[in-house]
Design a protein around this ligand. Structure first.
Ligand SMILES: Cc1cc2nc3c(=O)[nH]c(=O)nc-3n(C[C@H](O)[C@H](O)[C@H](O)COP(=O)(O)OP(=O)(O)OC[C@H]3O[C@@H](n4cnc5c(N)ncnc54)[C@H](O)[C@@H]3O)c2cc1C
Length: 321
């Protein structure tokens, strides 16, 4: 019995969320009186791979092979499932991001395992195995009892503290030849000069209170000053003021930055469903009773047209010191 943690890399590098995942998986292993093992797929340099050992795992399984540097759902599922069986893993931990959401259901079928998706806290108990998670777009919480021998948990980003602990992890390199890989990456054309919304630590977001697409200049300037990504509410993208790739919420992107700045956004439940996992929410709204202020830690009651330029000036002033 062990806990197996799938550690995703992006072009050979691990992100902060991976270390969060390792810290979580290690704690679950402690609850089960067992050890945690990390599995990495695709080429990652030894120095980068060694970082995984700083967060409590005792083993790192490094699988490499032709065609494995890019996510192929079926190939990755097979590798993780085969490893889980070999390791007698009783719990698998993945990120609740696009990759985790693609792999977890497939692993669930292969391993006949129940899933606790989007968890943000440790299991409440391990026997019975009960997890506590958000339900109905964050409008409710659910206690979920997982009855299967193997359990799969996907962890929401920014929900668990990073705990450094070196357990002298041993790395095992496993070269693989996986046949039947169905997809081949031919070319990647990255967006340039733009911070990706899903990855951003800071997000500056505008709602209908911005009044017109012509008013977005100061919001973008604020985002650039903060090294932030830009986002918007759904009506804003429906109106064509901003592209749909920026729309956050129940029907848009679900994000969990460290800081979410909501400008002229009312805070409807469908919007909050996509942003309420942010560590800090700062809201600017003319209506003191707007629901966004209930979700926000900091709020300014005021007109965005006046407040944003003042924030820009204040940040410039701090930066110039
Ligand atoms: C099935 C379904 C799914 C949905 N999915 C999503 C989703 O994924 N994402 C999403 O965002 N919405 C979604 N919605 C829509 C959602 O219900 C709200 O209508 C929407 O979030 C409101 O957007 P808003 O806050 O920008 O606009 P509004 O509700 O119009 O709010 C504008 C806010 O700006 C404030 N304001 C006005 N002028 C100023 C000013 N000068 N300065 C400062 N503040 C000002 C107002 O007080 C108000 O609070 C969904 C709805 C449904 C039915």
């Amino acid at each position: 019995m062990s806990v197996l943690i799938y550690t995703e890399n992006w072009e050979g590098k691990f992100k902060k969320s991976t270390f969060e995942l390792l810290s979580y998986g290690t704690k679950v292993a402690e609850m089960l009186n067992t050890t945690a093992t990390a599995i990495s797929i695709g080429n990652v340099e030894a120095t980068e791979l060694a970082k995984l050992g700083n967060y409590g795992v005792t083993r790192i399984i490094n699988t490499t092979g032709d065609g494995l540097n890019v996510l192929d759902n079926q190939a990755y599922t097979k590798i993780i499932a085969d490893t889980a069986v070999k390791e007698s893993a009783s719990v698998l931990v993945l990120s609740n991001n696009n990759t985790g959401k693609a792999l977890a259901p497939r692993l669930s079928v292969r391993l006949k395992a129940g899933i606790g998706s989007g968890v943000s806290v440790l299991p409440l108990s391990t026997d019975p195995f009960i997890v506590y998670k958000r339900a109905y777009s964050g409008n409710a919480y659910a206690h979920l009892k997982i009855n299967t021998p193997v359990k799969i948990l996907t962890l929401s980003r920014n929900s668990f503290e990073i705990i450094e602990k070196n357990n002298g992890a041993i790395t095992e390199n496993i070269p693989l030849q996986i046949g039947g890989i169905k997809t081949q990456l031919i070319d990647v054309q990255k967006q340039t000069g733009k911070i990706l919304l899903n990855d951003a630590d800071i997000v500056v977001s505008g709602g209908r209170g911005m009044k017109s697409p012509d008013n977005w200049g100061p919001l973008v300037e604020l985002a650039e000053l903060l090294g932030a990504a830009t986002a918007c509410s759904r009506p804003v993208s429906d109106e064509g003021w901003r592209g749909h790739e920026e729309h956050t919420g129940q029907t848009g992107k679900i994000i969990a930055p460290n800081l979410y700045i909501a400008l002229g956004i009312s805070g409807a439940t469908q919007h909050l469903a996509g942003v309420s996992s942010s560590k800090y929410i700062v809201a600017v709204n003319t209506d003191k009773d707007a629901p966004i202020f209930e979700a926000a830690q900091y709020g300014i009651i005021g007109d965005v047209q006046k407040v944003i330029p003042r924030l820009v000036e204040a940040i410039k002033e701090v930066k110039s010191r």
